[in-house]
Write a protein that binds this ligand. Sequence first.
Ligand SMILES: Nc1ncnc2c1ncn2[C@@H]1O[C@H](COP(=O)(O)OP(=O)(O)OP(=O)(O)O)[C@@H](O)[C@H]1O
Ligand SMILES: Cc1ncsc1CCO
Ligand SMILES: [Mg+2]
Length: 277
Amino acid sequence: MYFTAVFLFSLVGELTVKIEQALADLRNQAPLVQCITNYVAMNIAANVVLAAGASPAMVHAEAEVANFVPISGALTINIGTLSPDWVAAMQLAADTAVSAGVPWVLDPVAHFATPYRGEVVRDLITRRPTIIRGNASEIMALIGAETAGKGADSGDSVADAESAAISLAQSQGCVVAVTGEVDFVTDGDRSARVTGGSEIMPMITAMGCSLTALMGAFAAVAPPLEAAVAALAHFAEAGLTAAQRADGPGSFQVAFLDALPNVMPSDLDKPGRVQWL
Ligand SMILES: Nc1ncnc2c1ncn2[C@@H]1O[C@H](COP(=O)(O)OP(=O)(O)OP(=O)(O)O)[C@@H](O)[C@H]1O
Ligand SMILES: Cc1ncsc1CCO
Ligand SMILES: [Mg+2]
């Protein structure tokens, strides 16, 4: 019993240090992150990655992704406003990332809404993402569960998606992050909940897409589970600060960008922020 407690305590301590280190490394290394994201998210996601301390590049042409992925620290693929040309580029980018050992993050926006989206996401998942990040409805639908999702917006609670996240992580051998009021992240073995943020966040489009891009930045400098937790905690902390300053969704967006560079490594594991399960 004593030894189990000591072992668990040291494991949690070690993970905590890795999260703090992840943000320090992100700021020191400012990794290049190739983002294939949607038209809605492109500007805000690039600004979020820059404000956090990394270097985004929104590069999606099939003619250049095979050259760009290997010089990037990470790749992110978001299917928000997909079209056939983009899908070919996403597939090539994902395959190039796996061959080059570059971690890649998948954001399956509204994949349950049309057969085309569903097919594209099923194909991308066979190309071995390092992390899958989605809202509760998106993650539940990835294991075939019924969801109340409406397009890009979630209609389900994160708690209802936790078991889906664990089975998806186990079946795909990747990290799965589910976002909402309290985020849940798992590698199928170790899991954590991350608390913070603001109820204003789902009132602003592309916050989740921007988080996916930031998760790519962390995955360039840290192992996948710690990278996902660090990105969620960074958002949670900046969201709390922004909520104190904002009058509504418009000013929140500005306050959120202002808050991102001021988040310090030790903020990521403030008491109550990350709960390892
Ligand atoms: N009710 C809430 N309270 C606190 N934080 C929230 C809440 N809802 C969402 N968030 C935070 O907002 C961020 C975006 O998550 P969300 O689940 O809204 O993504 P999403 O649905 O994929 O968004 P989008 O597709 O519009 O980009 C996450 O950091 C999440 O923790
Ligand atoms: C609103 C919207 N539509 C397609 S992608 C996107 C951004 C949020 O996912
Ligand atoms: Mg989304």
